[in-house]
Design a protein around this ligand. Structure first.
Ligand SMILES: Nc1ncnc2c1ncn2[C@@H]1O[C@H](COP(=O)(O)OP(=O)(O)OP(=O)(O)O)[C@@H](O)[C@H]1O
Ligand code: SF4
Ligand SMILES: [Mg+2]
Length: 327
């Protein structure tokens, strides 16, 4: 492929020092408040593997997803896709590259235009790329995509409100596959689905990855799901990476990851987004403490933790940002 600059490298995507700042204008006295939704994040996404990103609500997962795909601009830092710096690419080249990297949304209900039939939704990505298909080619493309994600071809004239949540997410995945991408960012693709449907979608994603040789960045607040599905796991807390687990089976050594693992899994999807997984107050993202952002909740916290922020360093085969990791 002509736009493959570095196809032998182990990592398809490399993120270096990525930071995104948001400014709050919504304060009583007009005071400008600044927060880093994603702060100095560095991570590698190896080819044909599933890299997981896990953390509680608001820790910056969706912001990271959008930054990695350059759907929003970074305040600083770099994303390299196949060796190419996304920020340095001219608009035309970025547009072309967009075919190769796609986002599957958290909420299948809002990712499809309600006025589109399944057929129209599946043909839209090519249309947007100026590669509109007509007649027999369009019919064949729709049939192939529907077969790929296990959707009954009879549904191609259906509107989103006529589909179940699982069917809508299959349409969302098929849309993401329409331009034959290499890389999918899956932002909580099963979070709003029932557990049994969730398992079917995860099985479908795994099959697609194997059949098509795809690389995934799989984002979830659910560590047990990530441990089931991913090869490597990146753990985020308030915008920062606090631990990288080298394998899904590795025992967490950061106190936050350990607490996530020990917290109760909430099987009711309706409750998932509102439960407080762990005890203790999450620090105010607009006013982070000087030291470790997790210190107020951490049973291992020392005086040093409250003063000095731990840097992310290699520690045996993990990466850890903690002054007192679990041995
Ligand atoms: N466009 C924006 N403007 C201002 N603040 C934002 C914006 N987008 C995200 N944020 C803030 O950035 C932080 C991270 O948000 P983000 O949506 O990335 O978290 P998340 O980990 O995806 O959460 P969830 O699990 O709820 O989806 C939050 O505090 C959020 O309020
Ligand atoms: S640096 Fe200190 S407060 Fe932060 S997680 Fe490690 S032990 Fe806990
Ligand atoms: Mg999110």
């Amino acid at each position: 492929m002509a736009d493959t600059a570095n196809s032998d490298a182990e990592n398809l995507v490399e993120v270096r020092g990525l930071t995104r700042t948001f400014v709050s204008r919504n304060t009583l006295f007009g005071k400008r408040r600044v927060m880093k939704a994603v702060s100095d994040v560095t991570l590698d996404v190896p080819r044909a593997k599933v890299t997981g990103v896990v953390g509680e609500s608001g820790c910056g997962k969706s912001t990271l997803a959008r930054l990695v795909l350059r759907l929003i601009e970074a305040s600083s830092g770099q994303v390299r896709f196949d060796g190419m710096d996304l920020a340095a690419l001219p608009a035309g080249a970025l547009r072309k590259l967009r075919r190769r990297m796609q986002l599957v949304f958290q909420d299948p209900y809002s990712s499809i235009d309600p006025r589109y039939t399944v057929r129209a939704a599946l043909l839209e990505p090519a249309l947007v790329q100026g590669m509109a298909l007509g007649g027999q080619a369009a019919t064949e493309k729709v049939a192939a995509l529907m077969a790929m994600v296990g959707l009954n071809p009879a549904l191609q004239g259906s509107y989103p409100h006529q589909l179940s949540g699982g069917q809508k997410q299959r349409v969302g995945i098929a849309r993401a596959l329409a331009l034959q991408p290499a890389f999918l960012v899956l932002d909580e693709p099963t979070a709003s689905l029932d557990v049994s449907i969730q398992a079917q979608i995860v099985a479908l994603l795994e099959k697609l990855r194997q059949d098509l040789g795809l690389t995934y960045l799989f984002i979830s607040h659910d560590l047990s799901l990530v441990r089931y599905f991913c090869d490597r796991i990146v753990v985020m807390y308030l915008g920062r990476v606090v631990e990288v687990l080298p394998t899904a089976q590795a025992t967490p050594r950061h106190p936050y990851t350990r607490a996530l693992m020990d917290s109760n899994f909430e099987p009711d999807p309706a409750q998932r987004r509102v439960i407080t997984l762990l005890g203790g107050e999450i620090a105010d993202a607009f006013n982070l403490p000087a030291g470790c952002a997790y210190a107020a909740r951490c049973s291992r916290a020392s005086e040093r933790c409250r003063i000095e922020r731990p840097a992310l360093v290699d520690d045996r085969d993990h990466q850890l940002a903690c002054h007192h990791p679990i041995p």
